[in-house]
Every structure is written in structure tokens, then in C-alpha cells.
Design a protein around this ligand. Structure first.
Ligand code: MRU
Length: 343
């Protein structure tokens, strides 16, 4: 954020065809960027929301303490609604609101600076968490492991380094990584557009497959572990993540393969006892009826067809071999719960 006036975002909608950075000066633009997936991935949208709230604080600079706190909360509420499943967004908004309430009596410019510092701390802590998770996740897996991953849980989806792809990066640094298979991840192709792009830029040996190829790969013995991120983790270890994760979990169980979930503590929702309490974001039918890459969109279904387009699914804890957070590892399939890592 140069001069604390602008949020600079890589527009993920245009990848891999164009590497275009958006400079956003109003919090409403950040909300729109989150809603339209210019920035996506649970930790990344939490970080974007935190920076968006700094812009919001700037817009409220002339307000007295009470009006500032009320206005700041309202902006936080609007940001929370942009994507309801990824709890990192609500977590970051809450943390920024707590910080804002504590400094509400200061002059406007000082408030904005203090909140910019808080947003940067959220960002830096996420990168550190990813590095720690990468290490812990890599320690769980054997040498030569072939990883299958879904969606994009990489540097693009976090403050940097990645959660699931952080594990991949740590495996590579430890010379333990075999191959990586990335599912294309219909309907929005985060695997094809983002994971393949991100890993190829890093020189990682990645093979892109259609979602429907996962079972065949496992049947052929070409996958040794499924490693994914998460959008919200319930207390019992149920995992909300990109639609299709549950299918992969069932396939992994059928082939006796571990499903490892890497996610920072900001993804944990201890108030959700199980996945039943996790709201699942429903998205528009055009994402299913059209194939879109960048600005191009091809209609690939009959006009007027009914669609069902949940953005996420919930994988039951019994299918999850390990959840890796920066605070440590839990084994939900063995009945371990996330509150065991609570400070
Ligand atoms: O709809 P998206 O692209 O925001 O969904 C992203 C995912 O499901 C990721 O797997 C999850 O947010 C973890 S990102 C570290």
C-alpha cells in the first residue's frame, strides 16, 4: 500500500493470460474485487478485507470517535457479506474492528496509520503461518510423494507461499517432492488458471488434469496424497473447501490415501461445532453454463437450463487424515478436534 492510500491487487480473473495489477483507492472497490474473485482464496480475501478497511478508515477520517467506530463496523459488515464461507474474511474484519475501537479517539490520520499497521501485521502473520504449515505438512509426508491438489491454495490465495502449495514448496525444498497433479477445478478453473501458472513459474513439476481424471490417477497408483487448503474448519475437523474436495476425499479413502488439509488458524471456526453450521456460498448459474477465460465467455449449455452451483462442499472429519495449522497438526479421522490446539 504505497502511502497507505492504495491497495494493489493482482487481478486473478485475468490469469494466466495477463498479469495485471489493479490499484484500488476506495474500500468499495476492494469489496467488489473480493466478490468478483479478482482476489480469492480464504486467507487472501481476509488480508484484502483488512487493507480495504484501512481505505475505509481513510474515508472516515473526519468523523468523531463514535461515528468512526459505527461507520467502520458498517464497512466491515459489507465486506463480510461479499463471501460468506471463508471465515478468514470475518476473522480479519473482526480483528480490524477491535483495533479500530481501541484507537477511535485519535485523530483521523493517526487512526489510518495504526490500522495500516494492523493490516500489514495480518498479512505478515499469514505468510509466517504458511511457512510453518509448509514445514509441518512436509514432515508428515514420505520422500518421493506424488501430491494431488485441488483449486488454488497457493501464494495467490494467501499472503504468500501458500497453504497446500506451501506444503508442496516445503516438500520440494526438502527434496522430497515427486510429482504434483493439479485438478482443473470446474467451474472457475482455479487449478488450471492459477495453480498450474503459479507452480510452473516456480519450476515445480506439475501436471494438469481434468477433475474427472483423479480416480484414474489413484487407480494407477500415481497419487500418494491429496493436499488441499480450506475455507472454514469446524471444531470437529469437518472441512469446507472448494467444491469437489469431498469427491476427492471419498476417492482418497477408497484408495487408502491420506487427505491432508493445510490452513492457518484464521480458517478455524471453533463456534461451528460441525460442518452443518458452515454457510455455503451459492454462485450464479452463468459460471456453469459458460466457460470463461479472461474476458472471453463461451455459452456451453442450453439457454434456460437449471443449475446448482455451490462454491464449496464439506468433507466430514472421518475422511481427513490431518489438518495442519501453524499451531500444530490434528488428526480428525482419529477423533482429534481443533480445540485441542486452542491457546
Ligand atoms: O472460490 P475460491 O477460489 O476463493 O476458493 C478457494 C478455495 O477453496 C481454497 O482452497 C481455499 O480458500 C484455501 S486457499 C489457501
Amino acid at each position: 500500500m504505497p502511502g497507505d492510500r492504495v491497495v494493489c491487487l493482482l487481478d486473478q480473473r485475468l490469469l494466466p493470460r495477463a498479469e495485471h495489477y489493479e490499484l484500488l483507492s476506495r474500500w468499495e472497490q476492494v469489496a467488489e474485487a473480493i466478490q468478483t474473485l479478482a482476489v480469492r482464496g480464504a486467507p487472501a480475501i481476509g488480508i484484502a478485507a483488512a487493507y480495504g478497511l484501512v481505505l475505509g478508515a481513510g474515508a472516515l477520517a473526519e468523523k468523531d470517535a463514535a461515528a468512526f467506530v459505527a461507520g467502520f463496523r458498517e464497512i466491515g459488515e459489507t465486506l463480510r457479506k461479499t463471501r460468506p464461507t471463508a471465515v478468514n474474511l470475518a476473522w480479519a474484519a473482526q480483528r480490524m474492528e477491535t483495533a479500530a475501537a481501541a484507537i477511535a479517539g485519535q485523530p483521523g490520520a493517526a487512526r489510518t496509520l495504526a490500522l495500516a499497521k494492523e493490516a500489514r501485521a495480518i498479512h505478515a502473520e499469514d505468510v509466517a503461518a504458511c511457512r510453518r504449515m509448509g514445514q509441518l505438512g512436509a514432515d508428515l509426508l514420505p520422500s518421493g510423494v506424488n501430491v494431488l491438489t485441488h483449486c488454488n491454495a497457493g501464494a495467490l490465495a494467501t499472503g504468500g507461499y501458500g497453504s497446500a502449495l506451501g506444503v508442496v514448496r516445503a516438500l520440494r525444498s526438502a527434496h522430497k517432492l515427486g510429482r504434483v497433479f493439479a485438478t482443473e477445478t470446474r467451474p472457475l478453473l482455479q487449478g488450471a488458471r492459477l495453480t498450474a501458472w503459479e507452480l510452473m513459474r516456480d519450476g515445480v513439476n506439475v501436471t494438469l488434469v481434468a477433475d474427472s481424471v483423479a480416480a484414474t490417477l489413484m487407480q494407477r497408483g500415481e497419487v500418494s496424497a491429496v493436499v488441499v487448503g480450506a475455507d472454514r474448519l469446524a471444531r470437529n475437523g469437518d472441512v469446507a473447501n472448494k467444491i469437489g474436495t469431498y469427491s476427492l476425499a471419498c476417492l482418497a479413502a477408497a484408495h487408502n490415501l491420506p487427505l491432508v488439509v493445510a490452513a492457518p488458524w484464521s480458517t478455524v471456526d471453533l463456534e461451528a461445532a460441525t460442518g452443518d453450521a458452515i454457510p455455503i456460498e451459492m454462485r450464479t448459474s452463468d459460471e456453469v453454463t459458460h466457460v470463461r477465460v479472461g474476458d472471453d465467455s463461451v455459452h456451453s449449455a442450453p439457454d434456460g437450463v437449471r443449475t446448482f452451483n455451490p462454491a464449496f462442499d464439506v468433507t466430514p472429519a472421518r475422511l481427513v487424515h490431518a489438518i495442519v495449522t501453524e499451531r500444530g497438526v490434528v488428526r480428525p479421522s482419529k477423533g482429534e478436534t481443533l480445540d485441542s490446539l486452542k491457546p
